[in-house]
Design a protein around this ligand. Structure first.
Ligand SMILES: Cc1ncc(COP(=O)(O)O)c(C=O)c1O
Length: 375
């Protein structure tokens, strides 16, 4: 299979070091080599989350496992919860709350519109919730929510806050200790640059105490954080067989994050975001996310109805570049570009030139202007 440049919002391109990490011989999951590696993974996960004060979990599963873990551990049947629904993944979070028996309410925003801390403040003054759920970067609409302000409102009201940062951590600033959220989670395959299949969950000590004291049982075996806690403390303990290769790949990716430095990585992703935004603007195309709330890890924009499929196909066929389309009803009129992980600005600029050619050739853009250099 020819190697393509993935500009989809996950999974992302893998570095050689990450690929190589998956190619070694099998090892026992409770043996000394994996034990040492796992200890290191948990410590590196703390580094990327900037989580020194809370508890850090890492286990096998996709980002959705992280979402469901947050719900099952904090919410009991009949608890009232609030989800700030800013797109496809907010909707999934709401569904998970419903499935697990919460009296699940939501504040709904049009795709591309950010969750407004004022709306949250007003709602929290009127109603008492067990927990508030917010998506950091909604990968479908490419909107980046103001998580610090939102989490602050939850803290002021004394309500638990959960941040889905599957499309954030490693690319968009998230400092768990300073943020003050009760749970934040991400997955391995996006801005961190690992292979799909591992989830990282940071919890506040306050949230952990709540889980320990809650009267209703946590209604999951695999997603019960209290069962995973001893494994994080001593990875020789067995709960479920870990996806060894995925976790070794995650270790390699996390090491690369640390080598780069998390702050430098946020800045590189800011540059990637600015490069894409300048390019989309230069083509005269409209963004899905509103100005001021556009993510640095993914960008969604509108093209003429019916042309998204053609753009995707031509880019792949002629240039070995893969982009995504919108989800469901937006499939034919939205393009989404993932720009995270190991992607560099020069590689992105080169890919964008190819994308511009295809977009202009297919008549999906309003005009062809010079690609602006944002720096
Ligand atoms: C913001 C967000 N949350 C949750 C998920 C679900 O993650 P996964 O597909 O790994 O289950 C995704 C996946 O793209 C996502 O972007």
């Amino acid at each position: 299979m020819p190697e393509k440049l993935l500009l989809i919002p996950g999974p992302t391109n893998l570095s050689k070091k990450v690929r190589d990490a998956m190619a070694g011989p099998q090892m026992p999951h409770v043996g000394p080599e994996f034990y040492e590696s796992f200890k290191e993974i948990v410590s590196l996960a703390r580094y990327v989350f900037r989580n020194e004060k809370g508890f850090q979990f890492v286990f096998s599963g996709s980002g959705t496992i992280g979402m469901e873990t947050a719900v099952t551990n904090l919410v009991s049947h009949g608890d009232k919860t609030l989800t700030l629904r800013t797109g496809y993944f907010g909707k999934r979070m709401l569904m998970l709350n419903q499935i697990h028996g919460a009296r699940a309410e939501s504040i709904d925003y049009r795709d591309g519109v950010h969750a407004d801390p004022d709306d949250l403040r007003k709602r929290l003054r009127k109603e008492k919730y067990r927990a508030v759920f917010v998506t950091h970067v909604d990968t479908a609409a490419s909107v980046c929510n103001p998580i610090k302000e939102l989490v602050d409102e939850c803290a002021k009201a004394g309500v638990y806050s959960v941040v889905d940062s599957v499309c954030g951590v490693g690319g968009v600033e998230l400092d768990f200790d300073r943020l003050g959220a009760d749970i934040a989670f991400t997955a391995s395959q996006k801005a961190i640059g690992g292979a799909p299949g591992a989830v990282m969950v940071a919890t506040s000590m306050r949230a952990l105490e709540y889980m320990e004291k809650r009267k209703e049982p946590i209604e999951s075996y695999y997603m019960n954080l209290l069962r995973w806690k001893p494994v994080m403390e001593d990875p020789r303990m067995y709960l479920a067989t870990p996806s060894i290769q995925v976790l070794l790949a995650l270790k390699a990716a996390l090491e690369e994050v640390k080598e780069e430095g998390i702050e430098k990585r946020w800045l590189r992703h800011r540059d990637l975001g600015e490069t894409v935004r300048a390019n989309v603007a230069s083509l005269g195309l409209d963004f899905v996310a509103e100005a001021g709330y556009r993510a640095n890890t993914v960008t969604a924009f509108w093209v003429k109805e019916g042309l998204a499929g053609g753009i995707q196909k031509q880019l792949s066929k002629d240039h070995d570049i893969v982009v995504s389309r919108g989800i469901y009803e937006d499939r034919d009129r939205m393009i989404r570009i993932g720009h995270f992980g190991i992607l560099t600005v020069p590689a992105l600029e080169k890919a964008l030139r190819s994308m511009d050619d295809v977009i202009v050739r297919l008549g999906a853009a309003k005009s062809r202007l010079q690609v602006a250099n944002p720096k």
